[in-house]
Design a protein around this ligand. Structure first.
Ligand code: BGC
Length: 348
């Protein structure tokens, strides 16, 4: 079968190659791939900066944002042929640690977790894949092609769950959220913020293209330019860019008892000068919290599926800015100015 693969650690090694059919050891459910979303992590893997192949292999099949249709499933598995499904990315570490032991592999404590399409396990960017029923999520009918947004939405659902759990440390009635970055993660974070009845502000560099209108159509306010100029003191910041200066500015703008959620991965190596004493003073005197979040467990995929099901489907559809066939994977991995979420469509 054809699969989009890469030699992790080696730039320019991505290629569509013939790979063996998925092994039975991957799980009893056989899924036909319909689409795979492309994200910044894939770009990092393709550029040789991230990613690990399965043990004993050279190539890694890419793709962790999946959408497929069950081709065959054993009786009693909870799945049957024709189901629309999304595969979970992470698998627990083999120890397992206390987090993985209770199904919270997103909080793995020893780093020995694996991730499909990223870390030591083949991903979903192949014509077919096999999977275990416990790591497969069935989509409600109606979500159709938009189901490919479930994985990024799960990451956002986890971020919101943790914000709310941290918020419960004291009496707290947040009113305003600032989302930095209007990519897929930022826009989905804004959607979930609106679904919570919050006053949503989104800050991004661009002034044109679809992003400002997408934010306004959600009932949010779009900003570009420096953070200090936007004139709000949010209760919550969901930082989705990983840009060092935004991380700092966000913290200094925060309201008392506020929470900064870091959901973007920085590229590292970019230095900015920071007055740590001032940051400390600000955070202590205002009871502020800054925390990082990555990945998602089954509970978050379920919360994300609910959030997507109740969202305006036409709005969600506008997040998918391009669909490319597998044969044009290079175009899919090359950013274009108005891109939001680019999808490799296996049905084209
Ligand atoms: C994926 C997560 C994963 C993270 C780190 C992200 O792009 O959405 O599932 O845990 O990369 O590998």
């Amino acid at each position: 079968m054809r699969a989009l693969t890469v030699i992790p650690g080696k730039a320019n090694s991505a290629a569509v190659v013939e790979m063996p059919e998925p092994p039975a050891s991957d799980g009893p459910i056989l899924v036909r791939t319909l689409a795979v979303g492309v994200c910044g992590t894939d770009a990092e893997i393709v550029s040789g900066q991230y990613g690990w192949p399965p043990r004993g292999e050279e190539r890694l099949i890419l793709g962790h944002e999946s959408l497929g249709e069950v081709e065959a499933a054993p009786a009693g598995s909870g799945f049957s042929a024709g189901d629309r499904v999304v595969g979970i990315v992470r698998r627990p570490d083999p120890v397992p640690c206390i987090a993985c032991g209770i199904g919270e592999w997103d909080m793995c404590r020893n780093g020995r977790y694996t991730e499909r399409g990223i870390k030591e396990r083949h991903g979903y960017a192949s014509e077919r894949f096999r999977i275990e029923p416990d790591f497969l999520v069935k989509l409600a009918p109606g979500l159709d092609a938009l189901g490919v947004l479930l994985e990024p939405a799960s990451v956002v659902a986890k971020a919101w769950e943790h914000i709310e759990r941290i918020g419960r440390r004291a009496r707290w009635e947040p009113a305003t959220v600032l989302v930095t970055g209007a990519g897929p993660i930022g826009l989905l974070a804004a959607l979930l913020g609106r679904q919570r009845g919050l006053d949503v502000h989104v800050l991004d560099r661009v002034t044109e293209g679809p992003k400002p209108q997408l934010v306004r159509n959600l009932g949010g306010t779009y900003h570009s330019g420096p953070m200090a100029g936007i004139g709000i003191h949010p209760d919550i910041v969901v930082e989705c860019t990983g840009a060092a200066s935004l991380v700092m500015d966000a913290t200094l703008q925060l309201a008392a008892d506020g929470i900064v959620c870091l959901a973007g991965v920085s590229s590292g190596g970019r230095r900015i000068s920071v007055d740590v004493g001032m940051l400390n003073r600000d955070m202590v005197l205002d009871n502020n919290v800054m925390f990082g979040t990555v990945n998602a467990n089954l509970r978050h995929y379920q919360a994300a599926a609910e959030a997507l099901a109740k969202a305006d489907q036409a709005w969600l559809g506008r997040l998918i800015s391009r669909r490319e066939p597998l044969g044009r994977w290079q175009r899919a991995l090359t950013r274009q100015p108005d891109d939001i979420k680019v999808v490799i469509d296996f049905t084209l």
